[in-house]
Design a protein. Structure first.
Length: 750
């Protein structure tokens, strides 16, 4: 029998008050036709139900849906009218894990016991409805074994879900964080927020999660200027602690919907201004000096309130962006969640941004004449310079200067947040929210953020994963490569929808990069019929996570992206990511950014592969040349990209390499075209697996026979991690001759 720890109410009992004899309006009970009045089962296309008897009780077993976009459900036709307030009671055999969802729905504060935590007991879930909410039909999902349901007009005995010991166990420390129900849009909705936590935390605790995320909005605590009221978050933190879990909040200050009323109505409200349209967004401009005052004080006050509490597992920083990401606005809401002018663009149209840009340029150039030579411009002083849309730049150098400044301002602002947070909370985990996938408009410099977070012994959490592993790899590998190089902790977050495919893909990404932090939205696990089972089976593999053993890096073209961010702007159609996805099918590898190369990262690798983008800084080419001459190997695809040049157009370094002037190293040129990328990727694979300087474990992995949708990583702990990201089971034949079978969207560790 399962050991349970019951939440005890003030009266010392699990149950709430029991009303006098309830009047049943309708009832259905499995195996009891005589007890089926006012409710009848409706055949539901795509759902398979069958009667069973378990421990002497009649139940109807609902087979989980095998489809990622639909749920198996019980459907009951309501044949008696329900006109007033009513309670729906669901009696079920508590096997497995899940959230019991009912339609018509009800607020969290009107639901009780609506999760399964695998106690093996017969339990009850209750939903309260207001007048006439129950009409024609009732749909129930997330429930495997149903015994009975009934509708009553009197409050029945209400039961909370029991708090059981975790069934999914972990032996290695880590931050397994979930966002449970409990997000509300007004601090007055505290009852609803607490009810959401009460309803779902028993489930996520049972699934082995140890952290709960919630947003801490500046406007909800500094309700009057200089006056802080933490009562809302005190209640949230206490509820999380009561359920045996820990808090991992995100601190939000600059985002439009996190602003306090007093700021919004004051002269200190200074939002980003769209460079293209001249329209102001509610998210506060990082160029406004007052942001430093209020953000640092907000962080300091939070640390004083919660920093010494054990229940605080760590914090995530929300310095800017739509939802606190370390980036410029992209598509999020404004003040009080209003619709507002926002898009992926350039947010440097205000006078303070203009002044910051001029100050940056004055520090880069000794005088205006030097700038005019680089830009092809006729300025007589720096005071005449304004920010501009990059497409209007007359020279490469002018465009690179703007992009470098734009990235740099956001990076410097986010680093300030990291420093303030470490000062306020010296012993807590701190993660920067690194969103997006690299376009200039978003302004996220992953190398800089990893380096700055390593300085404060913090980490970065990538907020951009999806249901697709190859896509997740390509858009997170820049950050994960930089984090491992600079020594920052690493974490992952999905950007939205998730099914079993994404749950496993993201788990694999975490296991094979040594991530200490893995976050899921509750719905990623509970809104489909396969994900929780996959997590329960595979989640403990996090205990075997390790950094990957990698000898190959691809050149990440920072400068080329600054000149033409079409290289990555559209994440699914960008030429760089298209090439990167194809190569990932053949091998595991890192990205080497220009900043990483400048800081010595190439010493970690044996091979550098060029994918796309053919402009960089001369200093970067000089560092690559030094590494090559010391014995490195470059693999290059000439067509159709041509030779890589400096910003000023100098290709001489490439010509020397192509002529054999490589010192102890090798410069290998692919004789074909980069399109289709699969051919170039196969060429790289075949070359690398014959290189004696590459580790034997990696060469062995390159020799395995596998379908294209099976991905591998060799880990530093000696494991070989395999992921089959396809609809069909796959057979993998290792170099040793051993074969391994991997199911659809499953992972194994050899």
């Amino acid at each position: 029998m399962f050991q349970s720890i019951w939440i005890r109410l003030a009266a010392g009992s699990l149950a709430l008050t029991v009303a006098a004899c309830a009047a049943e309006l309708a009832r259905w009970e499995a195996g009891q036709p005589s007890k089926q009045t006012g409710l009848s089962v409706v055949s539901n296309s795509g759902s398979v139900m069958r009667p069973e008897t378990v421990a002497g009780a009649a139940v109807v077993r609902l087979e989980p849906s095998k489809d990622y976009y639909s749920r198996a459900s019980y459907v009951f036709k309501v044949t008696r009218p329900v006109t007033g307030r009513a309670w729906l009671v669901i009696e079920f055999l508590d096997r497995g894990f899940g959230v019991i969802s009912v339609s018509p729905g009800a607020r969290e504060a009107r639901r009780w016991g609506t999760v399964r935590v695998n106690t093996g007991l017969m339990r009850r879930a209750t939903v309260q409805y207001d007048s006439a909410a129950v009409k024609d039909a009732i749909h129930i999902t997330g429930l495997d074994y149903l015994h009975a349901i009934w509708i009553t007009d009197q409050q029945p005995q209400l039961e909370y879900a029991p708090l059981v010991l975790p069934a999914v166990k972990f032996a290695v420390d880590g931050e397994r964080v979930v966002a449970a129900a409990g997000h509300v849009q007004d601090r007055s909705e505290i009852e609803e927020a607490l009810a959401g936590l009460r309803n779902e935390l028993p489930l996520f605790r049972a699934l082995g999660f140890n952290g709960v995320e919630s947003y801490v909005r500046w406007g909800w605590v500094e309700t009057r200027r200089g006056v802080y009221d933490w009562s809302f978050y005190d209640a949230i933190a206490n509820e999380i602690e009561k359920h045996g879990m820990r808090w991992f909040p995100m601190l939000l200050a600059g985002s439009g919907y996190a602003l306090p009323d007093w700021l919004y109505d004051s002269k200190d409200n200074f939002g980003f201004v769209c460079l293209e349209h001249g329209i102001t967004h509610d998210t506060q401009s990082i160029f406004q000096p007052f942001q430093t005052e209020y953000a640092s004080r907000f962080i300091r006050e939070f640390g004083a309130r919660y920093g010494n509490r054990k229940m605080l597992l760590g914090i995530r920083l929300g310095p800017s962006g739509d939802y606190g990401e370390a980036q410029y606005p992209a598509k999020g809401p404004g003040y009080r969640f209003r619709n507002h002018h926002t898009h992926i663009g350039y947010w440097a149209g205000d006078e303070l941004a203009q002044a910051a840009f001029r100050k940056y340029l004055a520090a880069q150039y000794k005088d205006i004449g030097e700038l005019n030579k680089a830009w092809g411009s006729p300025y007589s002083s720096f005071d005449q310079i304004r920010t501009f849309l990059p497409d209007t730049a007359k020279t490469r150098r002018q465009r690179v200067d703007f992009a470098t400044w734009y990235y740099g301002e956001m990076s410097a602002w986010c680093e300030k947040w990291a420093v303030w947070s470490r000062e306020a909370m010296p012993n807590k985990a701190i993660h920067q929210s690194s969103g997006g996938w690299g376009p200039v408009q978003i302004g996220t410099d992953y190398s800089y953020q990893a380096r700055s977070m390593a300085k404060v012994k913090g980490g970065i959490r990538l907020t951009n994963e999806s249901d697709n592993f190859p896509d997740n790899f390509t858009i997170t590998r820049m950050a994960s490569s930089a984090a491992r190089f600079y020594g920052a902790a690493l974490g992952y977050e999905p950007g939205g929808f998730g099914s079993k495919r994404g749950v496993v893909a993201r788990l694999y990404n975490a296991v094979t990069t040594g991530a200490v932090h893995l976050f899921y939205y509750g719905g990623n696990l509970t809104n489909n019929d396969q994900a929780i089972d996959a997590w329960a089976r595979l989640g403990p593999m996090l205990d075997q996570r390790a950094k990957p053993a990698i000898d190959v890096a691809t050149f990440y073209p920072d400068t080329a992206i600054k000149l033409d961010d079409e290289l990555v702007r559209y994440r699914w159609g960008s030429p760089y990511f298209t090439m990167a996805r194809a190569l990932r099918s053949e091998m595991d590898y890192d990205y080497a950014s220009e900043q990483m190369i400048a800081d010595g990262a190439l010493d970690r690798y044996k091979v550098l592969v060029f994918l796309w983008g053919n402009v960089t800084e001369k200093s970067v080419l000089d560092r690559i040349d030094k590494w090559l001459r010391a014995g490195g190997t470059i693999i290059y695809c000439y067509m159709p990209r041509g030779w890589t040049s400096t910003v000023e157009g100098d290709e001489s370094m490439m010509h020397r390499w192509a002529a054999g002037d490589t010192g102890k190293g090798k410069f290998i040129v692919y004789p074909g075209d980069a399109v289709p990328p699969e051919f170039y990727s196969a060429f790289v694979r075949d070359k690398v697996r014959t290189m004696p300087q590459v580790r034997a474990s990696i060469r062995s992995a390159l020799a395995m026979r596998k379908p294209a949708d099976v991905y591998w990583s060799v880990l530093e702990n000696g494991k070989l991690a395999l992921l089959n990201f396809s609809d069909d089971a796959a057979t993998v034949r290792l170099e040793s001759g051993k074969t391994t079978r991997v199911g659809p969207y499953e992972m194994v560790l050899e």
